[in-house]
Ligand binder design. Structure first.
Ligand code: SF4
Length: 695
């Protein structure tokens, strides 16, 4: 618990960085963070990575916002909370009156708590009357979720980290796990080194997991769908599928077989660049590991290398199809694991931060669901899908979106095509940014509301394992800032809503009563280091391994889904001759707004860079540490080159973090998007490189 002045306090919290969900005690004396001590975290035991262990000083950064700010011309002036909230409420009311509720949109932070997600989407739906609600899973994991909904029913990892450890074969596709999900990666490294687990890595870069793998495959960019289907077809054609599992648990085999009939080994070799021998070897490994006579099977991990493509959701579907054909669900040590990025990107979606779903993935279009929430909230739930994040920016550019209320996200750097985003912000009538810092996005705001980060609040986060955990207030909110949930309540009250929450536990109780997925979640059941993996039944029984009694469809059977190939649209040309890849690095989280404010981390990795292969460097005369300019049809950035054999040929790689905002990688990415979810196809970008030399 927080509070006794001059004493050392130990308070349990949950990591605010990645989706692994490490929990630990933070030792503090007043506002000084003395150390982070992992003891009994259900996801991490006694492990953390560098960010969880040392990444908390941003909480005490000297540039924390401590007063609301209101724009006056080109400048901002400090304002009282009362004045700022009154202005926000009056602009919201005025916009609804003049343009209707759909002229407003709400972006919810995936670093906020579940309770905060619930309240902000309630504000949008109950108080304003719009479904224009979304979160940053639109930029990363929405395609993976669609692939799972289509095939197995629930949009979450099918087991826990323990199941990944138990798997006999782990296949990592488009995931730089050692840097993006470090503690989870240590479990794979350990199982691989000590327990005979096989590891196959499929990626464009030879990152740490690739160097450790038994097999490292490097298909052409954007062709994962093809090799997945070719391997699945080969297994089916040779009669090596798990026929008993298919007969008992899976629908749609005939249509599915027909949908992949063209994915022959010859075609796959031509399209992906992998050899037929490599594809055969992979099929053999999958079949061998799927053998039911021993514990464990195949677990596939994937992340943004798969999802941030034109066909991100189709490829995610193909992964799940392959697992179904080989019987790799319903047993410990098997299944599908899209690795969630932000600490609470799973949870904010679970709690309704989606344009077509209320909490627990209950559809706004379902009349029974709408009636239930309408009765509880004394409002009408509209049946139409609202705008997602990318559509909000499009609507702002078109002039149909007038007011945007954004919490926490550094959207001006993390959405694709930063210049398009900035242009959209410029056309809004009113823009509210709520953040702990004056972010790059805040420059475009009309009002900035100072929020408290994770150590200063109570609530729950849900990790990639679907694991719900409590965080406790380590220190009181910095004077002048407020936890997001309190700010939403102030806005709702100023708009006349009868909201009187005094603690996030009341929000959870309300959400649980309306949401079967989390029916049995209570703060008592989450006390201390206790946790629950959803679905949670009313009696508190949770579900670490999904699908033990069947799949999440009315007949309990999974569905093989006939997905379609959506090849890349921005392949290199003579003008833009290099493929641009982007991603995370161990030390920084995404754009780096938190980690750049941790002096030790900022000193270690002070800026971003572009990785250039030795062969490309030799061809173009680029030396290690020299400056280059990358240019795409959408913008240009200036970066230092890091010449490294991690990348090959005409591939270049830029980490997402950027100390100089004008050089953030998304000035280069465009507006091509996953065909089902509108997730930007960040990885489908071509650039040219201008060599600037040492200046
Ligand atoms: Fe935090 Fe992820 Fe590191 Fe764990 S692995 S300490 S959750 S950043």
């Amino acid at each position: 618990s927080a509070g006794r002045e001059g004493y050392i306090e130990k308070t349990k919290t949950v990591c605010t960085y990645c989706g692994v969900g490490c929990s630990f005690e933070v030792w503090t004396k007043d506002r000084h963070i003395l150390k982070v001590e992992p003891t009994e975290g259900p996801a991490n035991g006694v492990s953390t990575c560098v960010k969880g262990k040392f990444g908390w000083e941003y909480t005490n950064a000297p540039d924390r916002l401590t007063s609301p700010l209101i724009r006056e011309g080109d400048r901002f002036r400090e304002a009282t909370w009362d004045e700022a909230i009154r202005l926000v409420a009056s602009k919201m009311r005025e916009t609804v009156e003049r343009h209707g509720p759909d002229a407003l949109a709400f972006v919810i932070s995936s670093k906020g708590t579940n309770e905060e997600s619930y309240l902000k989407q309630k504000l949008a739906r109950q108080v304003i009357g719009t479904n224009n609600v979304d979160n940053c899973s639109r930029y990363c994991q929405s395609p993976a979720t669609v692939g799972l909904w289509r095939t197995v029913g629930y949009g979450g990892d099918s087991g826990t980290i323990k199941d990944i450890e138990l798997a006999r074969l782990v296949i990592g596709v488009g995931t730089n796990t050692a840097e993006s999900h470090p503690v989870l990666a240590t479990r794979v490294k350990r199982a691989h080194k000590l327990h005979g687990q096989e590891l196959v890595v499929v990626d464009l870069r030879e990152h740490e997991m690739a160097t450790r793998a038994d097999v490292f495959l490097r298909p052409r960019a954007g062709t994962d769908f093809v090799w997945l289907n070719a391997v699945t077809k080969l297994i089916l054609d040779e009669g090596r599928a798990d026929q008993a599992f298919l007969d008992e648990w899976v629908n749609g085999l005939t249509e599915f077989r027909d949908s992949i009939k063209d994915f022959t080994l010859e075609y796959a070799e031509r399209e992906t660049g992998l050899t037929q021998a490599q594809l055969r070897d992979l099929a053999d490994r999958v079949v061998r590991a799927s053998d039911h006579s021993r514990e464990g099977g195949v677990a596939v991990l994937w992340a943004m290398g798969v999802t941030q493509q034109m066909g991100g959701s189709e490829t995610s579907t193909a992964i799940s199809n392959m697992l179904l054909v080989t019987g790799n669900y319903m047993r410990p040590g098997t299944g599908s694991y899209p690795l969630r990025g932000h600490n609470n990107v799973q949870g904010v979606s679970d709690f309704g931060a989606m344009p077509d779903m209320l909490p627990g993935y209950q559809k706004v279009a379902d009349p029974e669901v709408a009636a239930k929430f309408g009765a509880a909230w004394k409002c009408t739930i509209r049946p139409e899908r609202g705008l997602d994040n990318t559509q909000m920016i499009d609507a702002a550019n078109k002039g149909t979106l007038k007011l945007l209320y954004l919490t926490g996200e550094e959207m001006s750097l993390t959405d694709a095509d930063s210049n398009h985003v900035a242009a959209g912000y410029g056309k809004l009538d009113f823009f509210i940014v709520q953040d702990a810092f004056f972010s790059n996005t805040a420059h475009y705001a009309d009002v900035v509301l100072p929020a408290s980060p994770a150590l200063e609040k109570e609530g729950t986060f849900t990790s990639t394992e679907r694991r719900i955990q409590r965080l406790y207030e380590v220190m009181a909110p910095l004077k002048g800032s407020l936890p997001d949930w309190r700010i939403y309540q102030l806005v709702a009250q100023a708009l006349g809503a009868d909201w009187n929450y005094t603690h996030p536990s009341q929000v959870m109780a309300e959400a649980a009563a309306l949401t079967p997925l989390i029916a049995g979640v209570t703060y008592e059941r989450l006390e201390g280091f206790k946790s629950l993996c959803w679905p949670v039944e009313a009696d508190g029984t949770d579900t670490p391994l999904l699908y033990t009694k069947g799949f999440h469809f009315p007949d309990g059977k999974a569905r093989l889904y006939a997905a379609k190939y959506a090849p890349r649209t921005q392949a290199p040309t003579s003008e833009y001759d290099l493929h641009l890849n982007s991603g995370r690095m161990l030390e920084h989280l995404h754009e780096g707004n938190m980690t750049f404010r941790v002096p030790g981390i900022a000193a270690r990795v002070p800026d971003t860079f572009v990785e250039v292969s030795p062969e490309l460097a030799a061809e173009r005369g680029v030396s290690d540490g020299s400056w280059v300019r990358l240019v795409s049809p959408h913008g240009a950035v200036k970066l230092r080159a890091l010449v490294t054999p991690r990348v090959f040929g005409n591939e270049v790689y830029v980490p997402m973090n950027a100390a100089r905002h004008e050089d953030a990688v998304n000035h280069l990415t465009g507006q091509n998007r996953d065909i089902n979810t509108n997730t930007p196809a960040y990885k489908d970008t071509s650039v040219r490189m201008e060599v600037l030399g040492d200046v």
